[in-house]
Write a protein that binds this ligand. Sequence first.
Ligand SMILES: NC(=O)c1ccc[n+]([C@@H]2O[C@H](COP(=O)([O-])OP(=O)(O)OC[C@H]3O[C@@H](n4cnc5c(N)ncnc54)[C@H](O)[C@@H]3O)[C@@H](O)[C@H]2O)c1
Length: 423
Amino acid sequence: MVTGIVHRDIRDQSLAVRGDDLIQWAAHEMPVLRFIRDRFEKEKPLRDLRVSACLHVTSETANLMLTLKAGGADIALCASNPLSTNDAVAAALNELYGIKTYAIRGEDNDTYYSHIASALDHIPNFTMDDGADLVTVLHQKRTEQLIEVRGGTEETTTGVIRLKAMAAQGMLSYPIIAVNDANTKHLFDNRYGTGQSTIDGIVRATNVLWAGKMFVIAGYGWCGRGLASRARGHGAEVVVTEIDPIKALEAKMDGFEVMPMSKAAPVGDIFVTVTGDLNVLDRQHFAVIKDGAVLANSGHFNSEINLKFLDELATEVREVRPMVHQYTMADGRRLQLLAEGRLVNLAAADGHPAGVMDMSFANQALSVEHMAKRHSELKNLVYEVPGEIDSEVARLKLDAMGVEIDTLTEEQARYLASWEAGT
Ligand SMILES: NC(=O)c1ccc[n+]([C@@H]2O[C@H](COP(=O)([O-])OP(=O)(O)OC[C@H]3O[C@@H](n4cnc5c(N)ncnc54)[C@H](O)[C@@H]3O)[C@@H](O)[C@H]2O)c1
C-alpha cells in the first residue's frame, strides 16, 4: 500500500511496485538469507534495536533489510555511494515495507551526506556500513550519539582498512565486525561477484568486443583475481599491475602478464582499477594512453583514477553514451571514462548478483545478531566474523545448492589432532 506521503529522500514513490518485483527476483537467489529471515521471524533476536545502515541500495540489500526487520530491528537505510541506488528498490522499501530509506541515484555530495545524517537521526544502537562513511560522520560530527551505539559491521575492504586505522589510533568508540574478512564474503563476493559484475558494467556501458582486447587490471587482490579470470574467459589478453611482489608473482603464475602501469598505459585498451588506493591512473598515464581506451574503476572510492588531472588535461568532456564521458586530450586522443570513476559494476550494471550477496548478507545478519548478544564482551576494536558463523554460512549455501560433503571419521579426527604418528 503506497502511503501517499511525499518523500523527498527517494526519487519517485510510484516506482514501489516495480522495486518490489526486483526485491522478489533477488530473494529467489538468496536461500541462506531466507533461512535466517525465517528463524529471525520466530526468535526476534534484534527486538527493539535501532540499526542505521549505509549500504548500496539494491534489491539484495533490500532483502537484508527485510531480514533485520523480521528479527525485530527498527531500520534506517541510506546510500553508501551516490551512483549505486536503485530508485525503484528505494521506493519499495519506503512505501511497501516501512523502512526509512534515504537514497536517490545520482545525488550530489551534499545530499549524500545529508542522507547519512538522516540515517543517523535514527539514533542507532548498531551501524552497518559499506566504506565507513557513516561511522566516520558519527565519530567526527555526532559524538554525543556514540553512547547509544553498541556495535557495528563493515562490508568492504576499504571500510575495514579505515576502521582498523581508527582502532589503531584509539579513535574507534565501539566494536565493529569486519564482514568483508569472512571467508564466505571476500572469497566469493569480492572475487566472483566483482569479477562478473565489473565486466557486466563495462559491457553495458560500452558494448565493446572483448576478444583481442588488452585488458589492464590494477590490483590483484580478491576483486582483481576474479576480474582477471573472468576477463580471460571473455577472450581478452589480461595484464596485471601490482605493488605487492607476492600478488604480482601469483598473477604471473596464474598466467597473466605483469608490468608497471607506465608500461601498460600505452598498450592497454580497457583499464580497470580495483586497488582501494589513490591515483593509480594518473597524469603520466593519461599522457600516453591510446585513443579510444576505456577507463573504469571498481574499487570503493572514485579516487583511483585521478579525475582532477583528467579534467584539467581535457580540452572537451562530453557524455557520449549513458555512463560514458569522453575526455578529449589536446593532441586529439579520446579517453572514455565510465561511471564518473565510481564503482562501475554498481553504477553501470546491477552490482553483484544476488547469489553471491546471499552469503555476504547472511554474514551481516548473523554478525549483528552475534553483536546484539555479545557486545558487552567486546572492546572498541575491529573483530573477525566468528568462525562458527563463517562455516554456518558455507554449510547453508551448500545445502541450498544440494551439495553434500564428507565428514571426518572419529579415527581421522583423532589423527588430525595428534602429533605422534610420522613417516
Ligand atoms: N566493486 C565492488 O562491488 C567491490 C566489491 C568488493 C570490494 N570492493 C573494493 O575494491 C577494492 C579492492 O578490494 P579487494 O578486496 O580486492 O582488496 P585487496 O586488498 O584484496 O586487493 C587490493 C590489491 O591492490 C593492490 N594495490 C594497492 N595499490 C596499488 C597500486 N598503486 N597499483 C597496483 N596495485 C595496487 C594491493 O597490493 C592489493 O593486492 C577496495 O576498495 C574494496 O573496498 C569493490
